[in-house]
Every structure is written in C-alpha cells, then in structure tokens.
Design a protein around this ligand. Structure first.
Ligand code: AP5
Ligand code: MG
Ligand code: ZN
Length: 216
C-alpha cells in the first residue's frame, strides 16, 4: 500500500514551504497542481493557456482539467510508493475522484490552519526560486542576497497572482469551494490540524511527527 499525504490549507498557509521540507524528510515526491500549471504555462502548452485565465482571476481551474493532469503526474514511476499532494484536492469532486483512484489506500490530510488576516501579507511578500522551488518572504524569511535563493543561488520571482486583489479573491474561493474538503477527511478521522501561524520550524516538527506516526 502506498503512502499518500495531502497538504490542505488556504493560499499562503505554508503548503509549498512545508512540502519542500516534508518531501525531503519522507522521501516522497512533491506534487503541486499549482506548480504543474505554472510549468505548463512556461512551456506554452494548451493546458497552460487554458488554466491561465482562471489562475489570473484567482478562480479554480475546472475539475476535469486538474484531475486529468494530476492523475497523469502520479502515474509516473517515482510516485509508485506514494507522494505528497500540495494544492489538490481543492473541491469535494476532486477528493471523491482521488478516493476512487486510490481504492484501498487511505490518503491522510495535514491541514494548515492560519487566520485570513495574515495570509494576504504572506502572499504579497513571497519570493519563489525558479530553480528549486524554495520559498522566501521579503520580511519573515528574506534571502541573504537580494533576488537570489539561499538554498541554490537561483533567481527568485514573484508570482503574478500574488497581488492584493487576486490573493483576496483566492482566499474567498478557498472559503466557498475548498473548506468543505477539510470535512471530507475530518469526518473519517484522516485529518490532522496544525497551527500554521507558528514559526516554520515548529510547523514542520508537528507535521513530521504526525506523518511518521501513521506511515504505512
Ligand atoms: P497554488 O499554487 O496551489 O496556490 P495557493 O493554494 O493559492 O497556495 P499558495 O501557493 O499561494 O500558498 P502556500 O500554502 O503554498 O504558501 P507558501 O508556502 O508559498 O494554486 C494557484 C492557482 O492554481 C489556484 O488559484 C488555481 O487557479 C490553480 N489550481 C491549483 N491547484 C488547483 C486545483 N486542485 N483545483 C483547481 N485549481 C487549482 O507560503 C506563502 C508565504 O508565506 C511565503 O512567502 C512563505 O515564506 C511565508 N510563510 C510560510 N510559512 C510561514 C510561517 N509559518 N510563518 C511566516 N511566514 C510563512
Ligand atoms: Mg503553494
Ligand atoms: Zn533555489
């Protein structure tokens, strides 16, 4: 049986930040649907072009596009023993599709809980590494050298959907469409809530302990 871990939480909760660390600690590939869309966009694929309008507007990309892309990615051999999902599932329909695919495998969800009031500031100050995906923040975790990743020296960029307007829209969409996904896992006892407003090291320690306890 494979080990499938899901990171839930609003935009800016720290899913990507923690996924980079957990992926290394648990030797599970990090699969982010947002990153997959951005890669497609960078390569100029038809899928990337279709997703762009939704992403720029802070809306969810339609389920069928996301599900097909995700299932294609997790069918690669590196995901055979399990994987770490970041940004999927984001609707109940996506969670139901994942259940059907996994069958007897029980996915477990870690839910990062952070108050809305601090999320927009996290997003508008975010700088991401083009090369390795490492995530900085201009105030809370600034790089040692401006514009360059601490981990690999790669160039840092700001996401086009990290404006105040689009980030606020993404937050509203999270409350209406993604919040119900928490119950989907919670009611089956497959969800662990972590206080995501703690320092990143504390958040990571709590997540890792829980992930290791339940590993199968
Ligand atoms: P996606 O890329 O998944 O964006 P998101 O969910 O909005 O989440 P973020 O990446 O913004 O936040 P995060 O939780 O990863 O935070 P991070 O660790 O970077 O999706 C983008 C778009 O793609 C969607 O809007 C949608 O259009 C589409 N999409 C993707 N998946 C989809 C799906 N399944 N269905 C439909 N559409 C989909 O941290 C943020 C900042 O906070 C950083 O600067 C970081 O340094 C800082 N920070 C992190 N942790 C802490 C901490 N503990 N204390 C202080 N600062 C912290
Ligand atoms: Mg992210
Ligand atoms: Zn880097």
């Amino acid at each position: 049986m494979s080990n499938v871990l899901i990171l839930l939480g609003p935009p800016g909760a720290g899913k990507g930040t923690q996924a980079v660390r957990l992926s290394a600690a648990l030797s599970l590939p990090h699969v982010s649907t947002g990153d997959l869309f951005r890669e497609n966009l960078g390569k100029g694929t038809a899928l990337g072009q279709r997703a762009k309008g939704f992403m720029d507007a802070g809306q969810l990309v339609p389920d069928e596009l996301v599900i097909d892309m995700l299932f294609d990615r997790v069918s690669h051999s590196d995901c055979g023993a399990g994987y770490l999902l970041d940004g999927f599932p984001r609707t109940v329909a996506q969670a139901v599709a994942l259940d059907a695919r996994l069958g007897a495998t029980k996915a477990r969800a870690i839910n990062l809980v952070v108050a809305d009031s601090i999320l927009v500031g996290r997003l508008t100050g975010r700088w991401t590494c083009k090369q390795c995906g490492n995530i900085h923040h201009e105030r809370t975790s600034p790089p040692a050298k401006r514009g360059l990743c601490d981990k690999c020296g790669g160039q840092l960029f700001q996401r086009s959907d990290d404006t105040v307007e689009v980030a606020s829209k993404r937050l509203a969409v999270y409350h209406t469409q993604t919040k119900p996904v928490e119950d989907h896992y919670g009611k089956r006892g497959q969800r662990f809530d972590v206080d995501g407003s703690q320092a990143p090291d504390q958040v990571f320690a709590a997540m890792l302990q829980w992930a290791k306890q339940g590993a199968h």
